[in-house]
Design a protein. Sequence first.
Length: 227
Amino acid sequence: MGFTEAFALQVPTPPLERDGSLQAILDGGALKREDAIRFLSSSGDQARLLWSAAAMLRDSGKGGIVSYSRKVFIPLTNLCRDSCGYCTFKKDPWENDALTMSPEQVIAVAEAGRKMHCTEALFTLGERPEQRYAEARDALRKLGFSTTLEYVRYASEMVIKKTGLLPHANPGTMTKKEMASLRDVNASMGLMLENVSDRLCRREDRTSTRRVNIRSSASPQSRMLAS
Ligand code: SF4
């Protein structure tokens, strides 16, 4: 029994006819902006109506099929200029497991993923470590780059050419121009959005406002992946 069915047994869903907009959407109509805004703040019976309609649309479009994108993780570098308190990924350059992958290591991991039938190369990495660590700048210089984002672009292109996998980069916050510079070599891009509460983010050295600004200037695909 799925969540929707289990939930429906406990809390009866009101008849869908009670919401003309939802009924119209189920009948093939388009979602209107004002309805989307209204749905965002729905609760109680209205929320149950919405979930019920969403489940019907999902079942009619996908049936019982659950799809996913099989991906291989490529931790391009675990150095990062930031120090988020909860992070277990970031390492300092003097730690034993600090790593900036070489192009050969990137291809070896991507190729192993391809052999395991992955279709996506997920680049996980710290944010602009060259702005904080001389070691990161040195590593990039030896590879022929001045920024981590330049290396992300190179690695993405290389993975496409050599393995056919589709890159998905998560390089942290980026300007619109930087996102555009990766666009032709990434099927999608992502950004982990932990919180948008200024109150809860007060002790962090970067504000939620900054992350939201980045998000609002991302491509539609990137915005979906960041959510
Ligand atoms: S920005 Fe990401 S990688 Fe860097 S410390 Fe924060 S969570 Fe970790």
